[in-house]
Design a protein around this ligand. Structure first.
Ligand SMILES: NC(=O)c1ccc[n+]([C@@H]2O[C@H](COP(=O)([O-])OP(=O)(O)OC[C@H]3O[C@@H](n4cnc5c(N)ncnc54)[C@H](OP(=O)(O)O)[C@@H]3O)[C@@H](O)[C@H]2O)c1
Length: 431
């Protein structure tokens, strides 16, 4: 780490005054002297920008400019990018600010998951820092914990509930017994879910955050393309009810873990034991479990989105930058970030929850168990639930530990039968 000698006010320019940017301005206004005292110098907002100047925001917009890119060229010491988006104005602003030797603080996971390595190179080349605590798990200081606090013994696994919208939907589905579509519609009406929810419910947002956490935990360049992503759209109230009968709860997890000398990186729904820490992250909260080798397991939880928690993380970064600490962007010099040595995730071994919707005719169960046996999948327990006459019957099984590709092979054969009504569902059990 190197240090700038702190002198004079630390000049801040903020681009984007929406949920997060507005929260940052409000918090700096409310707690300016205390935060300045922690930074060791006065924190002063000298420029702000957003799309429309006349929008009612309830904040002071002194220093307004219509063109956020001018903030990268002015007197600011730090440019705070809170516009969002992996390309366009956000990317131009961050690149231009770094090239002009200004520190950058951002909450933009999409930008960093895609261009993180190149931006880290640019920051280092220009002797400035790029900080992004708010980009993963909002108010939870997980970036700092992985970058600094838990480095001594290395990290073996990071498992996170990183998307509040998905966790809210799954929590509501469990408490009300309603379908995914129903709960999503209500979440949209209440403003908890975006009008286009694809990035959240499809797992893409979790993947952006996981790419960043993997990079810091394992010393690799962020590699979004190397994450197998599955969302929660196909989770049914039946799955949630069966999970509960087996003593589990369904959560959307981002998981990065060591498999030999490789890293397995996935986003998928998983069954977690009801008494586990991850199972008890409810509603829109986030939670991250870090297995830090000999140091043990550490669990972090709290609010992963929203004005105050996200602004809290952004301000922590601003104060750190003002203090002159130039920690490497992903926890080690950008040139030493290795290319991710990706494990073949399909070799990952787990117990599996399987659900089949089948016609209630003789021989169906025998055929399913034969296909499973042929693929080397053995069954630990099973529930068969009758329905009204003529309706499909649900058959649910928990397997012994089996590699993913073996279960998939069996399910492909089973799914081809005309007695099987819907795509069989498979969910790993995170024991
Ligand atoms: N919201 C959260 O809880 C949360 C949590 C973690 C991370 N993040 C990340 O934080 C960033 C900001 O999110 P947000 O929720 O605050 O978004 P937001 O409420 O939609 O605010 C976006 C801001 O950017 C401005 N903007 C948009 N396009 C612009 C352009 N072309 N030129 C200038 N300004 C432009 C908007 O201007 P107007 O106000 O004039 O429309 C608005 O002030 C994103 O990267 C997001 O992923 C958000």
């Amino acid at each position: 780490m190197t240090s700038h000698s702190p002198k004079g006010a630390f000049k801040i320019a903020i681009a984007g005054l929406g949920t997060v940017g507005g929260g940052v301005v409000k918090a700096l206004a409310a707690r300016g002297p205390e935060l300045s005292s922690r930074a060791g110098r006065k924190l002063e907002i000298i420029g702000v920008s957003a799309r429309s100047k006349n929008k009612a925001r309830g904040i002071d917009v002194a220093g307004w400019t219509d063109d956020p890119l001018t903030l990268a060229k002015g007197d600011a010491d730090v440019v705070v990018e809170l516009i969002g988006g992996e390309e366009g104005i956000a990317r131009q602003l961050v690149e231009s600010a770094l090239a002009n030797k200004k520190h950058v603080v951002t909450a933009n996971k999409a930008l960093l998951a895609k261009h993180g390595k190149a931006l880290a190179d640019l920051a280092e080349k220009n002797g400035v820092t790029l900080k992004f605590e708010a980009a993963a798990a909002g108010g939870i200081p997980i970036v700092k914990a992985l970058r600094e606090g838990l480095i001594a013994h290395g990290v073996d696994a990071v498992k996170g509930i990183l998307n509040g919208t998905c966790n809210y939907i799954l929590t509501e589905m469990e408490s009300s017994g309603r379908s995914f579509a129903d709960v999503l519609k209500e979440a949209q009406a209440k403003g908890y879910a975006e009008a286009d929810p694809t990035l959240d419910v499809g797992g893409g947002d979790t993947a952006h955050k996981l790419a960043l956490l993997t990079s810091i935990a394992f010393g690799t360049a962020p590699d979004l393309g190397a994450i197998a992503v599955e969302g929660i759209e196909h989770i049914s109230p039946d799955d949630i009810a069966f999970a509960s009968e087996f003593g589990f709860r369904i959560k959307l997890l981002g998981v990065a873990k060591r498999m030999g000398n490789k890293i397995d990186q996935k986003v998928h729904p998983a069954m977690v034991r009801v008494r586990s820490s991850l199972a008890n992250v409810s509603g829109a909260a986030n939670g991250v479990l870090v297995d830090a080798g000999e140091a043990g397991s550490f669990f972090f939880s709290g609010r992963g989105a929203g004005e105050a928690p996200t602004a809290s993380a952004v301000i922590a970064d601003i104060v750190e930058a003002a203090g002159g600490t130039l920690s490497p962007v992903f926890g080690r010099p950008a040139a030493s970030l290795a290319k991710l040595n990706l494990a073949d995730g399909k070799q990952a071994v787990s117990s599996w929850y399987l659900r089949f919707e089948v016609l209630d005719v003789p021989g169906v169960l025998a055929s399913i168990t034969r296909h499973l046996a042929d693929a080397g999948v053995s069954i630990e327990s099973m529930i068969q639930r009758g329905r009204a006459p003529g309706e499909p019957v649900a058959i649910v099984m928990i397997t012994h530990e089996t590699a993913q590709h073996e279960v998939e092979r069996a399910l492909k054969a089973i799914g081809a039968s005309d007695k099987v009504r819907a795509r069989p569902c498979m969910i790993p059990m995170e024991l």
